[in-house]
Design a protein around this ligand. Structure first.
Ligand SMILES: [Zn+2]
Length: 345
């Protein structure tokens, strides 16, 4: 480690649980953060400053003004220019630590791309608020024996847990199937900024413990707390392994099975929007698309996406890889017909 590195990480080198050996392990580590919202930005900030050598950041959204209340790393200019969160975060993070590699990926995690994006790292950290994505992450974690750190925050409540099926239960041991419609999201019930920073910081702490190899001090509980009502609850997970768990015991990995063609249609909960993701990535010619859509309504464009307001309620957001978010409707049939009309199949 050169003198610049010794200076940069000096305060953390003095912390004996990390020290020079731990720092070297961090520098040699690879992490992926799924979702660069309120949790993801906090986690990425900590991992970048701590010197994790490779950090892949994955997010499907662009920055909006309502994100700025809690999503550290973004500013008003990012919102005004519709910058994808992964790209905006990349620009900030590389200014914070230019000695590490940050890899921004503008996409959503699906069964058909998860193994490519999540299986070549030492740790996976959950910054998403999507239930199915967590089952996908859990399947990759169980299949490739990569620990993952779950986190969630809504209102003033937060929770986090470490899942490592080689030493304990996986997420599916505790929650065998997703209960559709049960998940509260920030878009529906709101959230205050401090809880997201607290949960993200706790997730980052567990990630650092794992990456430096301090397995004795890992948190083996599912921890839940409410910082407004001053409640805390911890559930010991050490005996929760399910011998019939489809993921970590039976190795079925149901959430990684999918046909490799067509499109996937997802209603974005609480956002009055439908996302359409082609299973084979496309390369949209943004200039041609802009010219086509300018005849229909006002277009905003940057190198990553194009936004067109096609009538007084509906806005199309077209990403370069062919993914489309149709804002202003939760009607999948309508979304399908708009996709066919403007993007084609
Ligand atoms: Zn399991």
């Amino acid at each position: 480690m050169n003198n610049n590195m010794l200076e940069r990480y000096s305060r953390q080198l003095l912390f004996p649980e990390i020290g020079i050996t731990g720092q070297q392990k961090l520098i040699n580590s690879k992490a992926v953060i799924v979702g660069m919202g309120a949790l993801g930005t906090v986690i990425a900030n900590h991992l970048t400053r701590s010197g994790v050598g490779f950090v892949r950041i994955i997010d499907r959204d662009f920055v909006e003004i309502s994100n700025l209340q809690r999503q550290t790393l973004y500013d008003e200019n990012d919102a005004l220019t519709n910058k994808p969160k992964a790209i905006a975060a990349y620009h900030k993070l590389t200014k914070i630590n230019s000695t590490i590699t940050i890899e921004p990926i503008v996409t959503d995690i699906h069964s058909w791309n998860a193994e490519d994006l999540l299986s070549d790292v030492d740790i996976i950290i959950d910054g998403t608020d999507n239930l199915v994505t967590r089952y996908i992450i859990n399947d990759v974690s169980a299949k490739y024996k990569i620990p993952w750190i779950h986190g969630g925050a809504v209102r003033s409540r937060g929770m986090f847990a470490v899942f490592d099926s080689s030493v304990g239960p996986c997420y599916r041991c505790l929650f065998p199937t997703p209960v559709v419609g049960q998940l509260e999201t920030c878009d529906l019930v709101g959230v205050i900024s401090p809880i997201t920073h607290l949960v993200g910081s706790l997730q980052a702490t567990e990630a650092i413990k794992i990456l430096v190899g301090d397995h004795n001090n890992r948190n083996s509980n599912l921890v839940q707390f409410d910082i407004w009502l001053n409640d805390e609850m911890e559930m010991d997970l050490s005996l929760s392994k399910n011998p019939n768990c489809p993921a970590c015991s039976l190795h079925q990995y149901d959430y990684l099975k999918n046909e490799q063609h067509g499109e996937d249609y997802t209603a974005l909960c609480g956002r009055n929007a439908i996302q359409i993701s082609p299973k084979t990535e496309r390369d949209i010619n943004m200039t041609e698309m802009k010219e086509k859509l300018m005849k229909i309504g006002p277009v905003e464009i940057n190198p990553y996406l194009l936004k067109c307001k096609i009538d007084c309620t509906v806005t199309l957001v077209i990403f370069k890889n062919g993914r489309v978010v149709i804002q202003g409707t939760d009607d999948i049939t309508k979304a399908k017909s708009l996709y066919a009309k403007y993007i084609g199949s």
